[in-house]
Ligand binder design. Structure first.
Ligand code: AMP
Ligand code: ZN
Length: 436
């Protein structure tokens, strides 16, 4: 197998040197963290008042965890460590309460992030000869622009098409002889199912590889999609809090994801106790961002579950590998790659006077894509049976929901008392998607 590196020295750095580099970078980001109101309150209490208080990597353990809610509380600038003049990019991900989380980047932050993406791309064997169609949505989501700049840095021909519009995607793939895709598993499956409609088969395309991420999927899904398209598929993992994609990526061996440990310190903890678990044991993934100065995040709890492989990879990279994501510690749903919390849906529904208190969130899959159906009971006094009024109400609910969760849903209105009632803990989410 041919192994290509983007930065061979860093990618094959002996572990003790890698740890030394992590220590230096940790001190640096702690210095930035101490510029933010949020960490100014937190770190001195933990005995860290200056970067020198980090004497070894073990001192990381003194730092309390940071959670998603801290980012919301700190909105908009409580975690900003540099002057706004230094900020050149802002990304954001949606929140459970309508308050978004916001990520700031300096030009140097973007440069370091882009470099890890270039490294990820080259690790999968892609290069300047490739034509890359980026099907992740551009905008506040990091999967679009993030990967875009990484691919340009490698010298690929980048087609910044973004998500959706399957017919056009296929047309572009054919016209430009696209060789590499960046895509969610559900969308790749959907494209395959729609191809016959346009008289196409994978043999009409020039696809060689796909980087697949943003939502959980199984090894079987990868194998199935590889077979359907006759391509190589690599797992790509990231989250906006750690810049976006390029936190962990598979190499040509496709045996789980190298975590770029010079950019991110990974810890796997028992989500109940916060204590570290043994290598090979599943737990919650915690990251410390070592390369972003505008918005430092230390020991961020991702709520993703995975485990670390103790043994090295035959590719020679010294960065350890994490397993694919096996689950979440919270109830976050990923619907066609978009993160949605049931509480966001509830909040919108309960703000609409016509909607009663009973509702159900139903997920299914059609032509490879996820479908969200929200079933709501409407208030008896408002239940007039006037069809036009009901239609208008459905539209209103869908519009309000879309404004909050960014995706379309089907709304079903139900008579008062007709949805299942719960005596104990309500089970509001019914997920009937077959496992990807
Ligand atoms: P976002 O911050 O919107 O990019 O969402 C990040 C979340 O998406 C992660 O915390 C994971 O839950 C999920 N995610 C991203 N990539 C993958 C992947 N390759 N496999 C499983 N889940 C993923
Ligand atoms: Zn490898």
């Amino acid at each position: 197998m041919e192994i290509r590196y983007w930065n061979q020295r860093l990618e094959t750095l002996p572990r003790h040197e890698l740890r030394q580099l992590q220590l230096e970078r940790l001190r640096e980001v702690v210095g930035y963290a101490l510029q933010t109101p949020f960490y100014q309150k937190r770190l001195p209490k933990a005995g860290i008042s200056s970067p020198e208080d980090i004497r070894s990597l073990d001192d990381l353990k003194k730092i309390p965890f940071t959670v998603k809610d801290d980012l919301r509380q700190a909105f908009p600038k409580g975690l900003l460590a540099v002057d706004m003049e230094k900020v050149v990019r802002i990304h954001s991900s949606s929140g459970t309460t309508g308050i978004p989380t916001v990520i700031y980047y300096t030009a140097d932050d973007l440069d370091r992030w882009t470099d890890l993406l270039a490294r990820s791309i080259v690790a999968t064997g892609a290069g300047p000869a490739d034509v890359f169609q980026n099907m992740m949505s551009y905008g506040l989501f990091t999967g679009g622009l993030g990967m875009h700049y990484g691919a340009e840095r490698v010298g690929m021909a980048v087609i910044p098409v973004g998500g959706g519009n399957t017919q056009r995607q296929l047309q572009i793939m054919r016209d430009f002889r696209t060789t590499v895709l960046h895509i969610t598993p559900s969308y790749l499956l959907h494209i395959h199912q729609r191809m016959p409609e346009f008289g196409l088969t994978p043999a009409d395309l020039n696809l060689k590889k796909a980087w697949m991420g943003a939502e959980p999927h199984s090894e079987n899904t990868r194998l199935k999609l590889q077979e359907l398209f006759g391509i190589d598929i690599y797992n790509s993992y990231g989250l906006s809090e750690m810049n976006g994609p390029g936190v962990a990526f598979e190499c040509v061996y496709k045996n789980d994801l190298h975590v770029w440990e010079d950019g991110y310190i990974i810890e796997i903890i028992d989500p109940r106790t916060g204590e570290p678990v043994e290598d090979g044991q599943e737990g919650e993934v915690v990251f410390t961002n070592l390369i972003r100065h505008a918005l430092p995040l230390l020991r961020y709890r991702t709520r993703d579950l995975a485990f670390l492989h103790p043994e090295p990879c035959p590719c020679g990279r010294t960065a350890r590998r994490m397993s694919r994501i096996t689950g979440r510690t919270d109830d976050m749903l990923i619907i066609n790659g978009v993160n949605v919390f049931p509480s966001q849906i509830e909040e919108v529904l309960m703000s609409i006077p016509e909607v009663g208190t009973n509702y159900q969130i139903h997920l299914s899959r059609h032509e490879g894509l996820d479908r969200l159906t929200v079933k709501v009971e409407i208030y008896s006094k408002l239940f007039t049976g006037d069809l036009a009024a009901l239609e208008a109400l459905k539209n209103k609910i869908n519009e309000k929901l879309r404004a909050s969760i960014t995706i379309n849903s089907r709304i079903e209105l139900h008579e008062p008392g007709s949805l299942p009632a719960f005596e104990g803990k309500a089970k509001r989410v019914v997920d009937e998607r077959e496992k990807l």
